[in-house]
Write a new protein. Structure first.
Length: 220
């Protein structure tokens, strides 16, 4: 009841598993005591537009409007960059090869800039568990995001969809965005929004360039 007894801060749109929530029902009165920071400093406006479209297309209206969840307008992003692209490949192997080549090209571009710094990239492979991706990462000699890795020291990382939360990268590629992968075949219809939320979180890890790819039919 007293000033500063509790303090809450966060981005409710970043929930991987959104559900109804209400401060009022929890006995916490925030009327007149809350405000929104309507600026996004990580993502370009183009990346945020694409990610929010995915989020809005996969959340029911009740989730968007109910509780205390607020979806900020992509126009709150402070800068512009390249428009995200969706690419089609012949196979997942080709997707991976192209993503690695893209990261190498961007690393070279960063090294040649006037204010050179390391380029940080991440390749996300949808449809595979962290364990499976870890085995592949060891085979190709790349670090994998597992929740304990310091991603500030490194240039290229592998990840599943979930482990990207909390990180940011100059370039991010989400591979295997295919039908029956996002969402997986057999997933209950009422649960498919969770995979849209996971994809949204992964997409918003990209600062400057976002690429999504698929082989075969693309995910809806």
């Amino acid at each position: 009841p007293d000033e500063n007894d509790m303090f809450f801060c966060g981005d409710l749109a970043q929930h991987i598993l959104p559900k109804h929530q209400s401060f009022a029902q929890a006995g916490i009165e925030v009327t007149g005591r809350s405000f929104s920071i309507q600026r996004n400093y990580r993502n370009s406006r183009e990346i945020l537009r694409a990610a929010y479209e995915v989020l809005c297309d996969n959340l029911e209206e009740a989730m968007m409007r109910g509780g205390d969840m607020e979806i900020l307008d992509p126009e709150y992003a402070t800068r512009s960059a390249s428009v995200p692209v969706v690419l089609e490949a012949e196979s997942l192997e080709e997707e991976i090869a192209c993503a690695i080549a893209l990261m190498a090209d961007n690393a070279e571009i960063f090294s040649e800039r006037e204010f050179a710094r390391l380029h940080r990239g991440c390749i996300v492979i949808a449809g595979y568990s962290l364990y499976e991706i870890s085995i592949f990462a060891e085979h190709v000699g790349l670090p994998v995001l597992d929740g304990s890795l310091d991603a500030t020291n490194g240039e290229l990382f592998l990840s599943d969809l979930e482990q990207t939360k909390g990180y940011e990268f100059d370039t991010l590629a989400v591979l295997n965005c295919a039908e029956n992968i996002l969402p997986p075949s057999g997933a209950p219809a009422e649960e498919t929004f969770r995979f849209g939320c996971q994809l949204y979180v992964a997409m918003t890890r990209a600062r400057d360039l976002l690429v999504l790819s698929h082989s075969g039919a693309p995910s809806k």
